[in-house]
Design a protein around this ligand. Structure first.
Ligand code: SAH
Length: 404
């Protein structure tokens, strides 16, 4: 039988009028209830071509039969064939957006940041010679072979590790994929070493949170370094201690890593030790505290001159927004209470459901309620290797306040 006869017709969709406008405006998601018409049932991972009311090409994206986000847009505007050449230039474009951002002092960074790079539900991080490919939608599962070949054809780093978001792990298991599977190259050591701003760090690329390290906080770590000289620094929600190592190089008198996870604190200690050949790090006193940060901050009297608060996301859904805002305000108040005269609060949020203005306002309310005079030094949002091109993608924000 001829192959072509077996191949199903291209999946063609029409959307509700509202969704059509949203896609035309460049938004990368089409929700299940926005699909008004389909020429046949779709299969997860195949391309869906979206036509408008006048039967003109609107966009093409990845179909996902199992997700409320039914289509993730790859391309919209002029009609476009999504073929091997398109994928090659699509990868080249993501790589080109990072050109000139990093030199040999920074060998860990994000090469592809999902939707905002035109690769919906897919993240690619480089840690020295290891690539970590993390997927957040099952639509990539049938495409992994092709995607791996693409990466190997265009990028010079031989090892590729697959990471899977929790929600797609059962389905991935049925296709023979598991979280931490090495897709290419040899088995990595548990801790892959890389450089960031001339500092050495390890990342647990096989099991660690995200892809092993919080690459998105690099610019904030640099700011903390620039503010740290002579200060006693509390790094609350420290994870593997990135902020502390930078603070130490910046001349901090002492750093305290505070995290609920003993594994995170052990990694933080190793990361600190990896950099002991740097004068500031060698001179800096370091201690670890394993505790719930809210409880420890509420119970402690220890004074600090710089408090970093970088908690995990506090709102998993829009419904948790109010509670998250209240928690950020409470946490900020606890941090401010630990600050000595002239002390700095550096507070971050990574909740996409809490907007930057709402988060900054919550921290300001805590500052005002402290009764102390304070001034705002700076705010930060997304770094260039983690672009955010639509509202739902804007998760990261940080604010720096100095207190009298
Ligand atoms: N600042 C880090 C990233 C923080 S990730 C960096 O730049 O790398 C969030 C961390 O908070 C995780 O390590 C997690 O173990 C820790 N954590 C979660 N809940 C906590 C709690 N209630 N108290 C203290 N630490 C907590």
């Amino acid at each position: 039988m001829n192959e072509r006869a077996n191949k199903p017709a291209t999946l063609r969709l029409r959307l509700t009028a509202v969704a059509e406008g949203i896609v035309r405006g460049g938004h990368p998601w089409v929700f299940a209830d926005s699909v008004a018409q389909a020429n046949r049932p779709g299969r997860t991972g195949e391309l869906a071509v979206i036509y408008d009311r006048k039967d003109k090409f609107l966009a093409v994206g990845l179909y996902d039969a199992d997700s409320p986000i039914r289509v993730r847009i790859l391309h919209s505007g002029k009609p476009q064939m999504i073929d091997a050449a398109w994928w090659r230039s699509h990868l080249a474009a993501a790589v080109a957006r990072r050109e000139g951002l990093f030199d040999e002092n920074t060998t860990g960074y994000r090469l592809i940041h999902g939707e905002s790079d035109g690769w919906p539900g897919l993240v690619l991080d480089r840690y020295d010679t290891t690539l970590v490919l993390k997927i957040y939608t099952a639509a990539w599962l049938p495409r992994l072979d092709e995607t791996l070949a693409l990466l190997q054809g265009q990028l010079p780093w031989p090892r590729v590790v697959l990471r899977l978001s929790r929600n797609i792990q059962p389905l991935a298991g049925q296709c023979g994929y598991s979280d931490g599977l090495v897709l290419a190259g040899d088995q990595p050591p548990q801790a892959v070493l890389f450089r960031e701003s001339g500092l050495q760090f390890e990342a647990d690329v096989l099991r660690g949170q995200k892809t092993g390290f919080f690459l998105d906080q690099r610019e904030n770590r640099r700011i903390v370094e620039s503010l740290a000289a002579g200060r006693r620094v509390l790094n609350a929600f420290s994870f593997s201690g990135g902020f502390s190592v930078y603070a130490a190089r910046g001349g901090a008198a002492a750093v305290t890593d505070l995290d609920i996870s003993p594994h995170a604190l052990a990694a933080a200690e190793r990361n600190f030790d990896l950099n002991r050949d740097i004068a500031g790090v060698a001179r800096c006193r370091r201690q670890s505290v394993q505790a719930d940060a809210f409880e420890w901050l509420a119970g402690s009297r220890e004074p600090f001159d710089l408090v970093v608060l970088d908690p995990p996301s506090m709102a998993r859904s829009a419904a948790q927004r109010e509670g998250a805002v209240a928690a950020y305000q409470r946490l900020s108040a606890l941090g401010i209470a630990r600050l000595d005269r002239g002390g700095i609060l550096a507070a971050a949020s990574c909740s996409a459901h809490v907007s930057a203005p709402d988060f900054f306002a919550a921290v300001h309310r805590a500052a005002a309620a402290s009764g102390r005079r304070f001034s705002q030094l700076q705010t930060m949002q997304h770094p260039l290797d983690h672009p955010a091109t639509f509202k739902e993608a804007e998760y990261l924000k940080m604010i720096y306040l100095r207190f009298e």
